[in-house]
Ligand binder design. Structure first.
Ligand SMILES: O=P(O)(O)O[C@@H]1C[C@H](O)[C@@H](CO)O1
Ligand SMILES: Nc1nc2[nH]cnc2c(=O)[nH]1
Length: 297
């Protein structure tokens, strides 16, 4: 039984194929673009929306049955448009577990994107740097993740499985598409971008940041960066067969020592995003172009 809504089957569940289809129909009736690539913007990373031409914008509050965002600095918009000639849909404003949302709701936009026609998902986030060689403003290409909420059973796929989206049990050893990662590294090289890393992203539930002991434990378990999002979306995206690529903007160095002067602060994270805006915009633009040209999207 689903402990979020008390239902025993996927039928009529708010995340059921039929209900997501209904929600998607509302959008399809109002926009002619059929998006190929979906982009989820992390905190302070909304600059990607400036790349769009031919755009149609929906506020979440105007889409029937769509959740709304509550986090400061976050828009709540779904944007359709083109980057170059590639049709895309951009989710600007996530839904977080720490806001009190069940994980199926946090990940609803992923299923909506799937039914809109998306085949590849680009996800971004703001994250704290755990790896001691990382600096504020670095970009980390995600090789893999550690999904801590799932260790405790908090998985967005918990509850009745809707086979129309994907199987009950799904592999996650190929969560991040290797070929897209290679292309992304090619883009970094061609743009001459500095401060780019590759590593493992760990997700904790938030909203409180980590203690020093927690950060040391994360480091010892193999995490290079830590945040509060992305992994749930990747789980749901892989379940319904979307290819995934993710990157983090390292907005702060995590305080690994008790006398550390580093302090995690949401407002500062937003500012770091602003400082790296141009690089991030160019990176996403070139990546989308390359994926389209190489038939990888
Ligand atoms: O959407 P992301 O993962 O970028 O958001 C992170 C996690 C918190 O919402 C916030 C903390 O500054 O940024
Ligand atoms: N959990 C977590 N999320 C972040 N988002 C941006 N920085 C951080 C951080 O240091 N920890």
């Amino acid at each position: 039984m689903c402990d979020n809504c008390g239902r025993n089957s996927a039928e009529n569940h708010p995340f059921s194929y039929e209900n997501v289809e209904k929600l998607t129909k509302y959008l399809k009736e109002r926009v002619s673009i059929v998006p190929q690539i979906g982009i989820i913007c992390g905190t302070g990373l909304g600059v990607v929306t400036k790349l769009l031409t031919d755009s149609t914008i929906f506020d979440y509050k105007d889409i029937p049955d769509f959740p709304v965002s509550t986090v400061p600095g976050h828009h709540g918009r779904l944007l359709f448009g083109r980057i170059g000639s590639t049709p895309v849909v951009v989710v600007q404003g996530r839904f977080y577990f720490y806001e009190g949302n069940p994980l199926w709701k946090c990940t609803l936009p992923v299923r909506v994107m799937k039914l809109l026609g998306v085949s590849t998902l680009i996800l971004s986030n703001a994250a704290g740097g755990i790896n001691s060689s990382y600096s504020v403003g670095d970009i980390m290409l995600v090789r893999d993740h550690i999904n801590f909420p799932t260790f405790g059973g908090n998985n967005p796929l918990r509850g009745p499985n809707d086979d129309k989206f994907g199987p009950r049990f799904g592999a996650m050893n190929d969560a991040y598409d290797r070929r897209i990662l290679v292309e992304a590294k090619g883009v970094v090289k061609s743009l001459g971008m500095s401060g780019v890393q590759e590593g493992v992203y760990a997700c904790i539930g938030g909203p409180s940041f980590e203690t020093v002991a927690e950060l040391r434990a994360l480091r010892d378990l193999g995490a290079d960066a830590v945040g509060m999002s992305t992994v749930h979306e990747v789980v749901v995206a892989r379940h319904c067969g979307l290819k995934c690529f993710a990157f983090c903007l390292i907005t702060n160095k995590c305080p690994m020592e008790y006398d550390s002067k580093e302090k995690q602060d949401h407002e500062e994270h937003l500012m770091v995003g602003k400082q790296r805006e141009d690089d991030l915009k160019n990176f996403v633009e070139k990546l989308v172009l390359r994926l389209t040209e190489g038939n990888l999207a």
